[in-house]
Ligand binder design. Structure first.
Ligand code: SF4
Length: 740
């Protein structure tokens, strides 16, 4: 007789963290529904979250450690994998340098609490500063700017969406992406409510996005000119007397410098590059200035351009000097279970000032830019990277110039990938270590809600493992603890911590002999809750739909939790002012290139970063490829029609892709979704047959192509050449793989 049970958990695929109700039959997940009783997400969920078990139960799932021998993969026991990897780490560490051992941490790592902590613990144990993170592909600009403005990278004010009377969204598409740096369940509903209560909503984007179609007024902007939009917004705000002088004098420094910077950027001037008419910009400024509570919010469309840090800085300056920062209806700074900024500054956490060997970049969140990783591997010298651990990421799809990175990875003495699939990056590895998926591990909501309170409605939730893994998969925290032992080092450089955790693991393993050995994850999560006076993990499990915390407050940040040296918001940090000196040259360049086609990114609702394509359900019905989207007039000018095959070129690469016409695009803008290009993956039987192409092949890597302050790669708003694919039978021969 089938044993069926229903349990509650939460999704850990994207920042919405939707509450889920999962049905398990004979140890397998057979159905997932949104949890209608969840305190915050209230029955919201999307296809990815509700069908995740189909992906996780794939025959392709990694179930045993693998070692690559020539072109073949050998199944090996855990002890052998750990011993061989540990031995190589020992040798490289002593014979070369600790920094010769690097790690790349992907987005998935941040959706668990213990994974990123133990990954960093392993690197500290090794003594290596060679950390690289996926943040430099999509959001390091926000962290870099926040550190200079507020004193800590994770101080990230968020729009008070449920109370604001004017919200201006730049380069974000929350209806599809579900917001970022803020947990907002059901974005469409909230945006409609904003309008219904008489609020103003503007969506500034080179594409009439799904969000723009739901609510608000859409304003086209030429790709990668956002920084000029913000400059003129600031200029017009200052000119119209929109400064809260009292608040600025009490809590901020640097207004004069920022006013000097904005002086030369009136709306008429920047209209030449942004294509936003001066009258439209002034209407937006007036709506913002006169609203009782207003907020500017930007995301990846801005971050991934060439001036993401400067644009975000200006946005924060506008929200601050207008008196909207730390005010209901404006932007708020959440509280996590601890004062993370104070803790971070006191302990130097995420505050290191290490400089990279290549390009002399300052670390952001203790990590270097991914865009220099290939050079760090390929360039001989002290600290040259010779080993790489990839954890929770797939850099061969997500990083700029993936073709060059592939060549670099092939030069490594040791490449270890911890993942759930043998994906594109894992296919190049020497060892692949199989990991558990979210439904197989206990957890708390990831770092943004837990440590920062980046939630519209603050709450806590705990989840047990919903099912056991069906093979030898282990959680990453346990793997890093075991790797430390195998390499003869101690987690976080602490012998007592290493011994204690090993002992705890032994005891836990003895209690659960039928499971893979693991550290007692629930006990560690409980320790975190108890240490911060938030009860215990068990107690929290008694609230299966989440436990509401105290609501956000206004006047709760300025003068209290700003952790700069003088406790004030720094409106004009010298590093950012210095960087702003390049804007005149950028403006001139933009004028010269005003007629060039620019490529922007585009997210599809059934795709999440580099995965979800390994299930027929996600790619059926003609969804087995990405497309190049063109405005019909641009397509006609280029001699292309719907369904034609086009070659898209930059100075880095050429890719071949089918064309779709889309009159939602601004003229001069092309769009292509990311996350495709699985043809090299040896362990994704479904995805490998898709035809889509990796758009990031077109982006440049290398120190001189990265944004200087944050190390961000330039992944959107890239000038491209587009032409009909060469050859009479181009359509038949199209494979989706880069042709050059
Ligand atoms: S929106 Fe979808 S992917 Fe994101 S947390 Fe909710 S169910 Fe998961």
């Amino acid at each position: 007789m089938a044993m069926t049970r229903t349990t509650h958990t939460f999704c850990r695929i994207c920042e919405a963290l939707c509450g889920l109700q999962v049905t398990v039959e004979n140890g397998r997940v057979v159905g997932i529904e949104p949890d209608a009783a969840h305190v915050a997400t209230q029955g919201f969920g999307c296809m990815k979250g509700l069908k995740q078990h189909h992906l996780f139960q794939s025959p392709d799932r990694l179930r045993h450690p693998l070692k690559r021998v020539g072109r073949d993969w050998q199944r090996i026991p855990w002890e052998q994998a750990l011993a061989e990897i540990g031995e190589k780490v020992r040798r490289l560490r002593t014979q070369l340098s600790p920094d010769s051992i690097a790690m790349y941490v992907g987005t998935a790592a941040g959706f668990g609490v213990l994974h990123p902590v133990f990954a960093q613990g392993f690197m500290t144990a090794v003594g290596s500063k060679s950390m690289y993170a996926s943040a430099t592909q999509d959001c390091a600009s926000k962290f870099a700017a926040a550190r200079h403005i507020y004193g800590f990278p994770f101080t990230q004010p968020f729009p008070d969406i449920d109370r604001t009377q004017c919200l201006i969204i730049v380069g974000a598409n929350p209806v599809i992406s579900k917001w970022s740096f803020l947990q907002v369940p059901h974005a469409p509903k909230r945006l409609k409510e904003l309008e219904a209560r008489g609020g103003k909503l503007f969506i500034v984007d080179p594409r009439r996005t799904e969000t723009a179609k739901v609510a608000g007024r859409h304003v086209f902007i030429r790709p990668n000119t956002d920084v000029f939009f913000f400059l003129s917004f600031l200029h017009e705000l200052l000119a119209s007397g929109g400064v809260d002088a009292g608040r600025v004098a009490q809590f901020m420094t640097g207004l004069d410098e920022i006013a000097r910077l904005a002086q030369s950027w009136p709306a008429e001037r920047t209209a030449a590059v942004t294509r936003i008419p001066a009258v439209t910009l002034r209407e937006m400024v007036a709506a913002y200035r006169t609203a009782s509570g207003a907020a500017l919010y930007c995301s990846t469309g801005v971050n991934m351009g060439t001036n993401g840090t400067l644009a975000f800085w200006l946005q924060e300056v506008i929200n601050a000097i207008s008196g909207n920062l730390d005010r209901f209806g404006g932007t708020l700074v959440g509280r996590g279970i601890i004062d993370f900024a104070k803790f971070g500054v006191k302990n130097g956490l995420l505050m290191r000032n290490d400089r990279s060997r290549i390009g002399d970049f300052t670390a952001v969140n203790d990590a270097f830019p991914g865009g220099i990783l290939a050079d760090e591997i390929l360039t001989p010298g002290a600290r040259q990277v010779r080993a790489l651990f990839v954890t929770g990421g797939n850099p061969l799809i997500t990083m700029p110039n993936a073709a060059r990175l592939r060549q670099a990875l092939e030069q490594l003495e040791l490449l270890v990938v911890l993942d759930i699939f043998r994906n594109e990056t894992a296919s190049c590895a020497h060892y692949v270590l199989p990991c558990t998926v979210p439904l197989e591990r206990p957890d708390l909501p990831f770092i943004f809600p837990l440590m920062l309170g980046l939630q519209l409605r603050p709450y806590l939730q705990a989840t047990e493992r919903v099912v056991d893994a069906d093979g030898e998969q282990r959680d990453e925290a346990t793997i890093y603890l075991d790797l430390c032992r195998a390499a003869g080092v101690s987690l976080f450089g602490s012998k007592p911590a290493q011994r204690l955790l090993q002992l705890a693991k032994m005891v836990h393993a003895a209690r659960h002999p039928r499971r893979q050995p693991s550290i007692p994850q629930e006990a560690l999560l409980s320790l975190l809750l108890r240490a911060t006076r938030h009860g215990s993990f068990r107690k929290l499990l008694g609230h299966p739909h989440g436990l509401l915390r105290e609501p956000h407050r206004e006047n709760d940040f300025l003068g209290q939790r700003v952790v700069t040296d003088d406790g004030k918001v720094h409106l004009a940090p010298p590093v950012l002012l210095q960087q702003a000196a390049k804007l005149e040259a950028d403006y001139a360049q933009e004028i010269v290139e005003r007629d060039r086609l620019k490529l922007i990114s585009k997210r599809a609702v059934h795709t999440h970063n580099s995965w979800t394509h390994n299930d027929e359900e996600f790619i059926s019905g003609g969804r087995d490829t990405n497309h190049l989207y063109l405005h019909p007039d641009d397509a006609a000018r280029l001699g292309l029609r719907e369904g034609d095959i086009a070659d898209v070129s930059t100075d880095t690469a050429t890719v071949r892709v089918p064309v779709r016409l889309l009159d939602d695009l601004m003229l001069g803008t092309a769009a292509m979704p990311h996350g495709w290009g699985h043809q090299h993956a040896t362990g994704l039987s479904v995805a490998a047959k898709t035809k889509g192409v990796n758009v990031n092949l077109l982006a440049a890597d290398g120190a001189d192509r990265l944004e200087r302050v944050s190390g961000m790669a330039h992944l959107t708003g890239i000038p491209v050449e587009v032409r009909p694919a060469a050859g009479p039978r181009a359509a038949e021969n199209w494979s989706g793989i880069a042709s050059a």
